[in-house]
Design a protein around this ligand. Structure first.
Ligand SMILES: [Zn+2]
Length: 182
């Protein structure tokens, strides 16, 4: 089953025709996710079924890796996404969701699985994506860091106080020189 199906069939029809949904979902197919993700593909592995009280139950996993923009260096950073999906879609809140399921109010005959999943995926993304190890960041982050260090070095010089840690590990100009020699 291709990922295209996620965009063409409403949730109710999907529950009637398929019990298992296994497909790849590229970030580019999710318009709101694509605003922050440059690239990446998620694996969708879900059961979609008709539950009691006209609910559509969606359960399973969505996982994969999305490439987001690191907010420290503006280069792509790979962010793992792993979502346990347990949603009960019903037209009204009068039918309580089964234990462990999150209630979603909506019309399963017009709702697309893709849109339903996109909400969960957006919630799972870090608000400020960054390389976990600053050493993985691109050159821009080093330049920005140099700028900050230079600023604080100027402040230290103005105070003319003796530095308490004598080893002076912060050498902003040494980093700059290294960058220039690269
Ligand atoms: Zn970075």
């Amino acid at each position: 089953m291709s990922g295209m199906l996620l965009g063409s069939e409403d949730l109710f029809a999907m529950a009637m025709r398929h019990s298992a949904i296994n497909c790849e979902l590229p970030a580019s197919a999710l318009s709101r996710v694509a605003e922050t993700a440059d690239d990446g593909t998620l694996q969708v592995d879900l059961a979609v079924e008709v539950g009691d009280a006209d609910q559509i139950l969606v359960s399973g996993k969505v996982d994969g890796i999305l490439a987001l923009q690191c907010q420290r260096c503006l280069e792509p950073v790979k962010v793992p996404v792993s979502i346990d999906v347990k949603l009960a879609v019903a037209a009204s809140e009068s039918a309580p969701a089964p234990a462990g399921y999150e209630q979603v109010t909506g019309d399963a005959r017009t709702l697309l699985l893709r849109d339903l999943l996109e909400d969960d995926i957006l919630l799972a993304l870090p608000p400020v994506p960054m390389h976990l190890d600053p050493a993985d960041c691109g050159e821009l982050a080093a330049l920005m860091n140099d700028y900050r260090l230079t600023e604080s070095a100027d402040e230290d010089a103005a105070g003319e106080g003796p530095t308490e840690d004598g080893d002076q590990k912060r050498h902003p100009f040494a980093i700059l020189k290294k960058l220039q020699s690269d």
